[in-house]
Design a binder for this molecule. Structure first.
Ligand code: SF4
Ligand code: SF4
Length: 182
């Protein structure tokens, strides 16, 4: 709301509020990283699982890229605009355990705006650094295309791989929790 005439508006501007959201994100991630570093010598199991998740994810990216190239540019209702996603705790654990660069801020900073990482050419984040909600998503159009071009069996195999990676993410988190008990 604008300040009344004669009164100074001392509240933060919209730009300052957005910067503050990013500052908190960076601070939270620094704290998480520092905490993980204190546990690092005992985190071997979790780090190994995170490394395996990275390998399996990267193996999926060429197919995901292919499907995206064939469908997203003509999509009438892009999921990055109509769906809200966020980085969850397992995403952050994963990034830190594989020592990946952390994205500069959370996906959403304001309501009623598209994802901040969406550009005219698609997502600006490397696939490895996207929220799991984005990485694992196969929309109906892509599912139909995959079934048509590579067969229903390929769709089932992809679903199974995504489920397996999702379970590995839970195992990674549990491995960190186990470390805390000892
Ligand atoms: S993934 Fe599917 S829903 Fe999302 S933008 Fe691409 S075609 Fe559209
Ligand atoms: S992070 Fe990337 S893939 Fe996920 S919603 Fe935002 S633009 Fe889309």
């Amino acid at each position: 709301m604008a300040a009344a005439p004669g009164c100074a508006d001392t509240g933060p501007s919209a730009a300052e509020r957005l910067l503050e959201v990013d500052r908190r994100w960076i601070s939270t991630n620094r704290t998480l990283l520092a905490w993980l570093e204190t546990l690092r010598p005992a985190l071997g199991g979790a780090t190994d699982i995170a490394g395996s998740i990275q390998t399996r994810l990267e193996a999926l990216f060429p197919l995901m890229d292919e499907l995206c190239r064939a469908t997203c540019p003509w999509c009438p209702e892009p999921c990055c605009i109509v769906t809200r996603v966020w980085f969850d705790f397992r995403d952050l654990l994963f990034f830190h355990l594989i020592a990946a660069p952390i994205p500069p801020g959370p996906v959403w900073r304001e309501s009623k705006t598209p994802c901040r990482y969406l550009s005219a050419h698609g997502c600006r984040l490397p696939r490895l650094l996207r929220p799991w909600a984005c990485s694992q998503y196969l929309c109906a159009t892509q599912r139909r295309l995959l079934a048509k071009t590579k067969g229903e069996v390929r769709v089932m195999a992809l679903d199974a791989e995504i489920t397996e990676i999702a379970l590995m993410r839970f195992a990674m988190e549990e491995a960190v929790q186990e470390t805390l008990k000892h």
